[in-house]
Design a protein around this ligand. Structure first.
Ligand code: NAD
Length: 350
């Protein structure tokens, strides 16, 4: 079959990537969707089981920083669009293994850009999926796309560095790039190290939600379906060379998040909620909040459609209906993903 467009998604087996891949494969039968992913510990093959037999879906297991592989892909496939999501994403781990984050997030982006730029078939668009964390924390300033970049942890520093590489290809070569910076994204199938699935998994194991430190941390939460709609809109209507914030006004203090989830999962009255909370020491540096403005994206016609109430209801239901999703994946992978229980012991926002 002849396809009208070929889209490469890196990191397409991860949380956001798998939702993006499923959406692209289902909506665009005439597009070929290639997923390049090295299947890190945070992936489950079940995330993509609904598309794995589809004629317009191809999976390539590989490392985004492998230049031979990337050059081969770009010289043998006519890639029109790239969504670059492959990354090490767990902030806490980035303090322990910063060099791994640098290799994948910065070097991987460098290799991917170079391969895409030298391809015989020139891509029409390279979308880099970045994060609001590149702005660093703010107590009162609301960041727009022109705000200074001041990342404050090893993860966000690597995302910011990769952004600069992406932007240099636009500045120097007019290679068509767009950068998105999104809030905390949540929803079904997110790996248990991130705050919402972590709280849910702890509660399902009859353990307490662990709150790090005493500072009033909060996050803006965006439901994954709304994030995917934003990425697809940027693909169709975004201006090359631009940055788009992707976010909501839905700011939830982490303590309130824990209390809401305890009530939903444990079905306990207010006076008993505290019995399910445990306070643990803070991590080395934690940003209190990342408020962003999304007017540029709204001008393209985007609005978040899923309320917090609806998004968290769907998410809690999914984890309730799929209690063994991540433990089964751990068994499939053996030692690669070992320590799931350990990883749920401490909960940080992102
Ligand atoms: N989750 C969020 O709240 C959020 C918010 C803003 C931006 N982002 C960005 O979105 C992207 C996806 O995030 P996510 O939450 O789905 O993360 P995730 O950890 O669930 O997925 C990351 C994916 O990248 C893959 N990967 C890791 N190293 C790789 C390598 N060397 N080669 C190929 N693939 C590799 C993993 O196997 C996994 O499939 C990341 O770039 C992240 O920085 C995430």
């Amino acid at each position: 079959m002849d396809f009208s467009r070929t889209v490469l998604v890196t990191g397409g087996s991860g949380f956001i990537g798998s939702h993006l891949v499923c959406s692209l494969v289902d909506r665009h039968a005439d597009w070929r969707i290639i997923n390049l992913d090295n299947l890190d510990y945070c992936c489950s093959p079940r995330s993509l089981e609904s598309v794995e037999d589809k004629a317009n879906y191809t999976f390539i297991r590989g490392d985004v920083s492998n230049s031979r592989l990337l050059n081969h892909i770009f010289n043998t496939e006519n890639i029109d669009v790239i969504f670059h999501l492959a990354a090490k994403t767990h902030v806490e781990s980035s303090f322990e293994t910063p060099s791994t984050f640098q290799r994948v997030n910065i070097d991987g982006t460098r290799v991917l850009l170079a391969a895409a730029h030298q391809a015989r078939h020139q891509p029409q668009l390279f979308i880099y999926v970045s994060t609001d964390e590149v702005y660093g924390a703010s107590l009162d300033e609301v960041f727009d796309e022109s705000s200074p970049v001041r990342p404050s942890n090893p993860y966000s520093a690597t995302k910011a560095a990769a952004e600069y590489l992406v932007r240099s290809y636009w500045d120097k070569h007019k290679f068509p790039v767009i950068i998105t910076r999104s809030n905390n994204i949540y929803g079904p199938r997110q790996y248990t190290e991130k705050v919402i699935p972590r709280f849910l998994t702890l509660l399902q194991m009859n353990k307490k939600c662990t709150i790090q430190g005493t500072l009033p941390k909060s996050r803006h939460f965006l439901f994954v379906d709304d994030a995917i709609t934003a990425f697809l809109l940027v693909l169709e209507k975004g201006a090359v060379g631009e940055i788009y914030n992707v976010g909501t006004g839905c700011e939830i203090p982490i303590m309130q998040l824990a209390r809401e989830l305890i009530k939903m999962v444990k079905n306990v009255p207010e006076p008993e909620v505290n019995d399910w909370l445990e306070f643990v020491p803070d991590r080395p540096s934690i940003d209190l909040r990342y408020p962003i403005k999304c007017e540029k994206l709204q001008q393209l016609g985007w609005r978040a459609q899923v309320s917090w109430h609806e998004g968290i209801r769907q998410t809690v239901k999914w984890y309730r209906d799929n209690p063994n999703f991540w433990s089964d994946a751990a068994e499939d992978e053996g030692p690669i993903r070992g320590g799931l229980e350990q990883s749920t012991d401490k909960a940080a926002p992102s």
